[in-house]
Design a protein around this ligand. Structure first.
Ligand SMILES: CCCCCCCCCCCCCC(=O)SCCNC(=O)CCNC(=O)[C@H](O)C(C)(C)COP(=O)(O)OP(=O)(O)OC[C@H]1O[C@@H](n2cnc3c(N)ncnc32)[C@H](O)[C@@H]1OP(=O)(O)O
Length: 194
């Protein structure tokens, strides 16, 4: 396999992992969550976005999300593209962790596709953080056809790793970071520190 890295195999949280605690500044149960970023492909209000909307669950930790499946999300004729369902899970699980932690990025995402999803369906997703171990945030979610707790269309698990703002400053496109208020000097300093 030459230089191809070994593929990590497990995102199972250890049995003694820390239980998730809601961040004190997170929105309250029933409130909508904020978009990750206005340019986000999952939840931002920009062309090409899935325009996923999420709300905090009654327990203050889990999140439920709505994704209206449109013709532009097709893979097979009239059916949702699998990668779009993964995008929806990435976004919803990535919103669930914002109830607990600040910034983190997806390290691994596993999805099981249980039922085809016709165009015109409203998908509802339930997502939660199962455990946190140091920088690792273990999450899981379920996507339902038509209504919360309807027929299961898919399930997913993801591992997010906490990162600092320097992750985005080092790797992001400078003009997008500058549009968020980062100065060229701060961006260059973060890149020089690599
Ligand atoms: C300006 C601010 C804007 C803020 C906006 C917020 C936006 C939020 C956006 C959210 C939007 C939605 C979401 C998005 O779209 S997020 C976008 C998609 N994700 C990415 O681009 C991430 C790309 N990957 C990386 O940057 C690095 O690989 C990361 C940071 C993830 C880890 O590299 P780092 O050098 O830091 O860590 P490490 O390699 O020492 O590993 C540490 C530990 O983790 C374990 N491990 C690692 N990988 C895996 C794996 N795949 N499976 C299982 N385990 C894995 C590893 O074994 C080790 O474990 P241990 O040996 O310690 O036990």
């Amino acid at each position: 396999m030459g230089n191809v890295p070994r593929v990590p195999i497990s995102i199972e949280p250890p049995a003694d992992a820390e239980a998730p605690q809601r961040h004190p500044k997170a929105p309250a149960p029933g409130e909508p969550t904020a978009a990750h970023y206005e340019g986000c492909r999952g939840c931002g209000d920009v062309p090409g976005s899935l325009r996923i909307r999420s709300w905090v669950g009654d327990d203050g930790v889990s999140v439920h999300s709505r994704f209206d499946v449109l013709a532009e999300h097709q893979g097979a004729p009239g059916l949702l593209h699998g990668g779009m369902l993964m995008t929806a899970f990435d976004d919803a699980l990535g919103t669930a962790y914002t109830q607990i932690a600040r910034s983190a990025v997806t390290a691994r995402l596993e999805t099981d596709f249980r039922r085809p999803v016709p165009v015109g369906t409203t998908l509802w997703l339930r997502s939660r953080v199962d455990a946190i171990v140091d920088r690792k945030i273990f999450t899981s979610g379920v996507a339902f056809l038509g209504e919360l707790d309807g027929e299961v269309a898919g399930t997913a698990r993801a591992l997010f790793l906490k990162v600092g703002v320097e992750h985005f400053l080092r790797h992001g496109r400078p003009e997008d970071l500058e549009a968020l208020g980062a100065s060229r000097e701060v961006i260059e300093a973060a890149r020089a520190a690599r």
